[in-house]
Write a protein that binds this ligand. Sequence first.
Ligand code: MLT
Length: 272
Amino acid sequence: MVGIERKTVSVNGNDWHVATSGESGPVILLVHGFPLDHTMWNHQLEGLSDAARLIAPDLPGFGNSPPAAEPFSMELAADGLAGLLDAMQIDTQVVFCGLSMGGYIGWQFWRRHRAKLAGMICCDTRSAADEPEVARGREMMAARVRSEGTSSVAAAMVPKLFASEAATSNSVAVRETAAVISATDAEAIATGQEAMAVRVDATAWLPAIDCRTLVVVGAEDAITSPAEMREMSGRIPNAEFCELHGAGHMSPLERPDAFNERVREFFSQGFE
Ligand code: MLT
């Protein structure tokens, strides 16, 4: 059984809950999606620990991390992650692996902390900003959870996160993900939605991304489609594209063995 260590790391006055595993190899920073926590990466913390040092934090306000003193944003999260690496005395470049909102934060990490990056793994995410009606929907959800609580959020979100067969073929992952969403604080959901609604469009940055990049998407991703991600991948020099069959938006969780194998292959070519 692989040892996953859990600890609290203080980053500029904010406490971050962090899970780690592995002792040697490249450092992978695993950044969860919305409104989730580090447990979505349990299969990577377990399955890749012989090949990498894995760091999976709960972003401020999510999982076991309290909210930061400053308002949540993609920029703040990227800066916090850079501070976390410093606080953990990680002095080598890392591979930033983010899913969906974690990927939005990844663009900011690349722009603001390029010197810390060896490579990127972009899972089920997009570079574009929200269309106006999507941003409006987020503002409405923020208002709703503040007034009515979070009871309806998991039921509304979970069917969009997983492949169509998952309710039967992957029922444990579906149930556990619903439990994580239900346990997420209303204010974290509201501020997360508001932060994503105003995030910048990173599409113009893609041709300048100069580190090795792996783009992964579930073939049944209903939120960030394979077609959109393939096009995005084509704009990043040196990007490799991987579509995982039998997975939706949660590809590392839905097809962990295939995902981990693809990551091992990505690592085997080394980083400059
Ligand atoms: C996520 O999985 O992080 C969300 O789907 C991101 C979003 O709402 O755009």
